[in-house]
Design a protein. Structure first.
Length: 130
């Protein structure tokens, strides 16, 4: 299990914010169609015979998702909206810089927060506080 040092939390907060702009839903059928055409040769070179939502959600698909991000960025979007591979009820947002957000509320990271420990466990991490 990997360890997260206590310094990790020093300049971080948890909270909520509003995001402004246009975000590509890269798992939608429209975007899958765009990406299949635009990245076909790239995917074949990587040994991915067919680009679909399942291929995008593979933990080993980092080169593909990096290329997807570039396609979305080059099309003028402010970021990407996608569902987590850990459950489609978890919605993730990748925002391109400069961020277009309005902070609603923020608080220091609580080392005893049970949700934090669940998230760390999913990723095989342990928060070590000294």
């Amino acid at each position: 299990m990997g360890q997260v040092p206590p310094e990790w939390a020093e300049n971080r907060v948890v909270g909520s914010a509003y995001s402004y702009g246009s975000y590509a839903d890269v798992y939608s059928s429209d975007w899958i169609g765009i990406l299949r055409k635009g990245l076909a040769g790239f995917c074949i070179a990587l040994g991915i015979p067919e680009l679909d939502a399942a291929a995008l959600q593979q933990p080993t698909s980092r080169p593909v998702t990096q290329r997807v991000s570039r396609v979305v960025f080059n099309n003028g979007f402010d970021g990407i909206h996608y569902r987590s591979r850990f459950g489609h009820d978890v919605r993730n947002w990748a925002l391109f810089e400069p961020f277009k957000i309005g902070a609603q509320r923020a608080a220091p990271i609580d080392p005893g927060d049970s949700d934090l420990h669940v998230a760390l466990a999913i990723h095989g991490l342990l928060l070590v506080w000294r």
